[in-house]
Design a protein around this ligand. Structure first.
Ligand code: T5A
Length: 207
């Protein structure tokens, strides 16, 4: 049996990295062989593209150029890591995937969603996440949580950008049955319990 593809989404500081551990631990406890990865990134070339995408440049980074780099990294990641592992029966847990592109490049940058839909079909063929957990948080709270970190190019965007990103995720969640919204404003233990609960229900539905 082929594996399942689970993604974790959220805006800056929502707790994705922290809760990715919870997703993996819940799956391992259920006896599932898990591979953990992230986007942009996940292969040497895709990680190099990540560095370019998050770096500051002495020029404006064009939104379409940013979108194409995201999908170039995604294609490399899918072909070299994600697809072979799913085919071998491993479950893949990925920190962000194409729902992030809809939210950041579509709603945040204002690029036509039709560009993203076209690239999604071309680059991913029929591959879509089986389950995506979206950690929803007011971007003001998220920013405060990561205020002591060195900020990358995307993290330095205006609050308005992150408010549009949040609306984008919420719009996707209303339309896409694979997406589950989790309130990330409550204490971490409660968020993690909700994450584990959704994952356990999903696992039970697959057997
Ligand atoms: N991107 C990505 C696009 O624009 N398009 C795309 O297609 C893709 C795939 C890199 C960037 O790329 C963009 C989006 C991003 O800007 P990233 O590194 O995955 O993506 O994203 P970041 O959001 O930068 O990851 P962070 O590590 O900053 O955020 P997390 O993972 O959400 O936050 P985390 O878990 O590190 O938690 C932050 C802090 O909050 C605390 C944690 O302990 C930690 O200190 N915390 C809580 N505190 C109180 N209550 C809670 N419930 C808490 N949960 C966590």
């Amino acid at each position: 049996m082929s594996g399942r593809f689970i993604t974790l989404e959220g805006s800056e500081g929502a707790g994705k990295s922290t809760n990715l551990e919870v997703v993996c631990k819940t799956l391992v406890q259920a006896g599932i062989d898990v591979y953990r990865t992230r986007e942009p990134g996940g292969t040497p070339l895709a990680e190099a593209l990540r560095k370019l995408l998050l770096a500051e440049w002495d020029e404006t980074v064009d939104g379409v150029a940013e979108l194409l780099l995201m999908f170039a990294a995604r294609r490399q990641h899918l072909v070299n890591e994600i697809e072979p592992r799913l085919a071998a029966g491993q479950w893949v847990v990925c920190d962000r995937f194409t729902d992030a592109t809809f939210a950041y490049q579509g709603y945040g940058r204002g690029l036509p969603l039709s560009y993203i839909e076209a690239l999604e079909s071309w680059v991913q063929e029929s591959r879509r996440p089986d389950l995506s957990l979206y950690l929803d948080l007011d971007p003001k709270i998220g920013r405060a949580r990561i205020a002591d970190r060195v900020q990358d190019r995307l993290e330095r965007e205006e609050l308005m950008f992150f408010e549009a990103v949040r609306q984008g995720y919420l719009a996707r969640a209303r339309e896409q049955s694979h997406m589950h919204v989790i309130d990330a404003s409550v204490p971490l233990a409660e968020v993690s319990a909700a994450v584990a609960g959704v994952v356990q229900t999903f696992v039970a539905s697959q057997t």
